[in-house]
Design a binder for this molecule. Structure first.
Ligand code: SF4
Length: 351
């Protein structure tokens, strides 16, 4: 088998034309890589185009207001990515005079950049010989070489990195890396790999050994934390209240309605009592939404509506008029509530 030749030949014939592949500008490649973490290409595309339009250079991103960046990021989730982009851009601006670093270690040193992203930027932008190992690469290698080591174990990661390094084309690491990732995304997909028409059909050991559906192996499942959010929507005429999430937690620096978080699922009557105790005001109706699934957390949201402001207000509250949310980056959970309300798709229960 000539791995690199086979996979790059496949790539030339089958690759998708994506805007971040038409450039070797490291800043654009970095943006695309961060946007595409945990995000599908189809969804990430608009965000990528918006970011290179609104912030065409590292300096533009560094000098931008965080709230504008978070607003532009809205809907993508995992907002720490946007905050890290901003922090790293400021770092590049102050340390490297706005010039994106061109060596692997300096790229790896940027906030929010791990070994995978550093290898991707170093190879795609500077053609440096660093092999990428992401979910697609784990899947492809574990199948072709029928590797039973768990990809989330130290030994597994070491082995996969070693194999990826050995296979990497030293002449054209950029093309090789893009090819193996695209092959994982289009050909050797998680549940429906196209084995009958595959360049590795004769060599693929998992196909030969009948272990394909078990590759790659993952050791432990992530523990999921359930959280119960009760949003309090105080409406006073055309005014309502928002607050900023300032703690180190999900959705940091985004805006939301005042929140009452409880540690377990309580009955509606119990929550109503809690609200009355804390805010001395009774809600008039409520709506329950489907859970929000994040990578390590499931968030159960209930939205309580009031027809007045509570007497005692928190200093951190901001009063907004006419539901003008567009100036404030908000989490998807609030966005969904507003969407459903506007489209009358919400099942509201009167109290
Ligand atoms: S033969 Fe199937 S499992 Fe093996 S590399 Fe090709 S698509 Fe993947």
């Amino acid at each position: 088998m000539n791995f690199s030749r086979q996979i790059t030949d496949w790539y030339r014939q089958n690759k998708r034309e994506l805007p971040w592949r038409q450039t070797n500008n490291p800043y654009f490649i970095w943006l695309s890589e961060i946007i595409l973490q945990q995000t599908r290409v189809a969804q990430g595309m608009d965000y990528y185009l918006k970011f290179i339009d609104h912030y065409p250079t590292v300096s533009d991103l560094a000098n931008a207001d965080e709230q504008d960046i978070l607003n532009d990021w809205q809907g993508l989730g995992y907002y720490s990515r946007a905050r890290n982009l901003h922090a790293a851009a400021k770092f590049i601006q102050s340390e490297y005079n706005g010039v994106f670093p061109s060596d692997y270690n300096s790229i790896l040193n940027l906030k929010g950049v791990g070994t995978y992203t550093a290898s991707a930027i170093a190879s795609f932008a500077f053609n440096l010989p660093h092999a990428v190992v992401d979910g697609n690469v784990y899947r492809v290698l574990s199948r072709i070489f029928d590797i039973s080591l768990p990809i989330d174990s130290n030994e597994g990661q070491k082995t996969f990195n070693q194999i990826a390094d050995e296979l990497l084309s030293k002449e054209n690491p950029s093309l090789h890396n893009q090819a193996i990732m695209e092959f994982g995304a289009l050909q050797c997909t998680p549940s429906t790999p196209n084995c009958s028409d595959c360049t590795f059909h004769l060599e693929c050991l998992a196909l030969k050994n009948g272990t394909l559906s078990e590759r790659p192996i993952k050791k432990g499942k992530t523990k999921i934390r359930n959280r119960y959010f009760h949003y309090l929507i105080f409406n006073n005429g055309n005014e309502t209240i928002l607050q900023k999430r300032i703690n180190k937690d999900i959705w940091q620096h985004l805006y939301e309605f005042p929140l009452l978080e409880v540690d377990q699922e309580y009955k509606i009557e119990e929550i109503k009592k809690l609200i009355l105790e804390k805010f001395q005001i009774n809600p008039i109706r409520y709506a329950i939404q489907k859970k929000h699934i994040l990578s390590h957390q499931h968030i159960y949201c209930t939205y309580w509506e009031f027809d007045a402001f509570p007497k005692k207000k928190d200093e951190s509250w901001i009063i907004i008029k006419d539901y003008t949310f567009s100036n404030y980056p908000i989490p998807r959970a609030i966005d969904r509530y507003l969407e459903e309300k506007n489209n009358s798709k919400q099942q509201q229960l009167q109290l």
